[in-house]
Write a protein that binds this ligand. Structure first.
Ligand code: PLP
Length: 408
């Protein structure tokens, strides 16, 4: 997980968790000791050989890593231009990249002597991943979820129950993710002695954005070795891709695949936000493209907020991208120009979803379909010998009802 630092962009955050003017730790006094304890524990274990060996063992034997990279030949043919490759995070145990991060944090919780895990979830995917790993390690698991989300995401609530987790429906505010986040923080303050707060994306107060990125970076590190050998095998030359594309909700699958590539300036990095019904419709979740700097979830980042700093309602056909902020490192990569950000609408994502099903026999998550949509737009602007690597962050079985309803 360690990274030898020579590049002023990829070496961040600094000791206080800043990525330029973003990141940091905006928390009350009551949480400060818990956060400090977590920071110390993570810094101690991140380079510990036994910790790293166990993490790698779990990734290999429980998750099924390394995930393959697949040349989507027919999809590329139809797009007409660059060759599209898919990093198959959908083939992980539980069907997405989220498992990589929850394993790392659960291992840390065990070493810190915290037998109780709390989490918040909107779409329920992070709740399921957390419940999974708590079952695996015999940890108590409490998941906070807005009552509106509990209603909308029934199958994931059922999964969490089967895995032995307690789901606490939150009835305050808009009864969605924001409210669940507040309840989780309240729980943490009250039960800090025995409780570990397991965050599901590269957000939250320092050290979470760095820690989650480090755990997810296994995705990009695998690509660094897989891509040259696969391209050589296909007669395209031993090299890295020209562009790496990933969808951005909170930004963890994108940071995971981007991070090892930051130091390779020839590789373009493109994050794709949910443009919903259009970037100018007011119904989207594009925090970087349409947000402004603010504080959310304990860090300074780009936030979708009104003139009074109130977080606004977001919209996306994919529940996993429906988050009013974004990880602070993305705000920084955007500001420095090292990564570019684009939007894909609900319509474009749906179209890409169906195309991948029909042409490659792969049912992608609606989140990942946003990245595929952007790759399909990008490919015709590139040469046939150029390469786009898409992070296929998850599988779409969970989305078939949403898709049927949208198509009806
Ligand atoms: C949760 C989720 C996302 C969005 O989260 P990030 O932190 O932005 O990666 C994307 N894809 C899938 C499949 C997810 O489950």
């Amino acid at each position: 997980m360690n990274h030898v630092c020579s590049n002023p962009v990829s070496c961040l955050p600094d000791e206080a968790g800043h990525f330029g003017r973003y990141g940091g730790s905006f928390i009350g006094e009551t949480l400060a000791p818990a956060v400090a304890q977590l920071r110390e524990a993570y810094l101690r274990y991140r380079d510990d050989p036994a910790f790293r060996a166990e993490f790698e063992y779990e990734l290999a034997h429980y998750v099924g890593r390394p995930t393959p990279i697949y040349h989507a030949r027919r999809l590329s043919e139809q797009a007409g231009g660059a060759q599209i490759f898919l990093k198959r995070e959908d083939l992980n145990h539980t069907g997405a990249h989220k498992i990589n991060n929850v394993i790392g944090q659960a291992m840390l919780a065990r070493r810190m002597g915290k037998p109780r895990i709390i989490a918040e979830t909107g779409a329920g995917q992070h709740g399921v991943a957390t419940a999974t790993i708590c079952a695996r390690y015999g940890l108590e698991c409490v998941v906070y979820m807005g009552s509106e989300d509990v209603r909308r995401q029934r199958p994931n609530v059922e999964r969490m129950h089967l895995l032995g987790a307690t789901v606490r429906a939150v009835d305050s505010g808009s009864r969605t993710l924001k409210d669940a986040m507040n309840e989780a923080m309240r729980d943490w303050v009250t039960n800090v002695d025995n409780t570990f707060y397991l965050i599901g994306t590269v957000a939250g107060m320092h050290p979470y954005p760095m820690m989650v990125r480090d755990f997810q970076s296994v995705i990009g590190r695998e690509c660094l070795t897989q891509m040259p050998s696969l391209l050589a095998e296909l007669g395209m030359g031993r090299r890295q891709p020209d562009v790496v594309v990933a969808c951005v909700g909170g930004g963890s699958n994108a940071m995971g695949i981007f991070h090892p590539y930051i130091d390779l300036p020839d590789v373009r990095l493109v994050g794709v936000e949910a443009a919903g019904q259009g970037l100018d419709s007011g119904r989207h979740a594009a925090s970087i493209l349409r947000g402004s700097p603010g504080v959310l979830h304990g860090n300074r980042t780009m936030v979708l907020q009104d003139a009074h700093g109130q977080v606004v309602e977001t919209h996306s056909i994919s529940a996993g991208l429906d988050y009013p902020g974004v990880g602070p490192e993305h705000a920084w990569l955007h500001e420095t120009g090292r990564a570019e950000y684009a939007g894909a609408t609900d319509e474009a994502a749906l179209e890409a979803f169906q195309r991948l099903c029909r042409v490659e026999g792969i049912i992608p998550a609606l989140e990942s379909s946003h990245a595929v949509a952007h790759a399909l737009a990008l490919a015709p602007t590139m040469r046939r010998d150029q390469v786009i690597l898409v992070n296929l962050s998850g599988r779409g079985d969970k989305d078939i009802d949403t898709v049927s309803a949208a198509l009806a």
